[in-house]
Design a protein around this ligand. Sequence first.
Ligand code: TRP
Length: 345
Amino acid sequence: MTTFTPRVFSGMQPTGNLHLGNYLGAMLNWIKLQETQECIYCVVDMHAITLWQEPKELHKAILEVTAAYLACGLDPKRSIIFNQSQVQEHAELAWIFNCVARMGWLNRMTQFKEKAGKDKEQASVGLYVYPNLMAADILAYKATHVPVGEDQKQHLELARDIAGKFNLDFGDAIREAGYNGDFFPLPEPFIIGPATRVMSLRDGAKKMSKSDPSDLSRINLSDDADTIARKIRKAKTDTDGLPSEAAGLKGRPEAENLVGIHAALSGQSVEQVLAQFGGGQFSRLKEALAELSVAKLGPIGRETRRLKADPGHVEGILADGSARARAIAAPILREVRKIVGFVVS
Ligand code: TRP
């Protein structure tokens, strides 16, 4: 067995604004990882066009998501921050993986079924092979660890299957090329636990989502302080007071969500939050949460807006990140071409 140098890769789509769910669910984790790991964080614009995007909107969204990455604390000196389409190796490896992955594997992907809806005949072919591109994103860097939400677990398993099948199918060529074991690592998921699942502020049974038609359902990272406070105050609650124990949150998704958000933002456990607010009215928790959210997210919103007003700076970060990403991916793809049998000059 080959041991691979640990390397983290993850990505988000540039569609809509980032919100509190992205921040608590993914971003905090990404920021922590960059302190100890080599990390590559991608704005996956090629994934975005699997559903049609208005070109001007897409362009703006790529810069906005990058601005939000930076405002949250991803450090372009430490980590590589770039947009996918500027590194052609992703598309090239995705093609090879289209020829490694099996139809049967993709037919099992639940996200395709959800996104394609009833009329599969009208879905883009890109939406169908999306998981192969995701595998290419990761493996173009031989990344070993991938922080993703629960909803991406199946795609990550597919990436492992693709890596494994490539290693097997081309085993002889891989050994002839001088590797004494596998060419690709089997990337490990870091599944971000259910504790950080942030739900809609209007319906505790739904995930906080950028596609929810109600803006009151989510806190965008670009919201200003007043908007943040207003959304928390208006958040849906039930009519009971707050329990003093975590068990009392069962079956009360709105209460559980607000307590969970407070815990995540204040770095406490749910029990600690309930020790402080349990037995009291919701309004007390909401006031404290509004204040805490403004304190934590207000500066991120300000920095996001400042960076959005300076697109040249953000483009410069992406150009630099793309060059550094390419420097890793290009030699790996050169090896892949040789292993597959292409003539490489
Ligand atoms: N499919 C992921 C999502 O929608 C985004 C993504 C694309 C990704 N490529 C990736 C995540 C590679 C991790 C690694 O959330």
